[in-house]
Ligand binder design. Sequence first.
Ligand SMILES: [Zn+2]
Length: 243
Amino acid sequence: MVRDLAAIAPALLRNLCSVAAPPGCAVCGDAARSGAPACSSCVRALEIARPILIEPGPAGIAWAVSAAPFEGTARDLVHALKFGRRLSAARVAAAAIARVTVPRLRDLTVDASPRGAALVPVPADPLRWRWRGFDPAEELALALARELKMPLRRCLRRRAGPRQVGRSRAARRGSPPVVDARGSVPACAVLVDDVWTTGATLIASAMALRTAGARQVAAVAIAHAGRPCRTARRDLRFPENPT
Ligand SMILES: [Zn+2]
């Protein structure tokens, strides 16, 4: 116990500093309307960003939606959450994801009933979690669960392995992360992650859910980085994207 506390103390200190930071836009730090997590400029930039729908997704994922390409304000938002430790950025991201996800949720049903659908955060590498002291995907999933009024199920665990960030696409695909399901999984799962790069972690998560009995799996993310994966040639844009 004492050893565990000592191990996570630096992360706790960083998070306390983050909480103590003066309020402002979670993305750019500028002044924001009282109580709002982001300034009007960043909110507007996310509203006009073009969401990306990949349908069908890879490896049994029915569809995957990202609120924006990994650039500009969306990239700043991911960095604010992941590296800047601004947890209020999760609220901003959740609103952006919800806006483009709600139309797709209607298609997720089991036995003609939307019951049984739940959000499932893509699990973090345990060593990264311990270092950070929080899990960006889980914070995002929590905020999204509130936004969409959907249940949240933390039913996936990732085994420790090599970091995905900084590795080549070939290296990531050659040794994908190992993900296990724990306990019962929802019949209809919507995986939540911050950024989709190669999709290796999403695919491993989807396979774990399917193996454990999930009948439908979809995925949402703040941003999509780089090329679509091989099975996502039908990379579509939402015609109803607000401009
Ligand atoms: Zn801003």
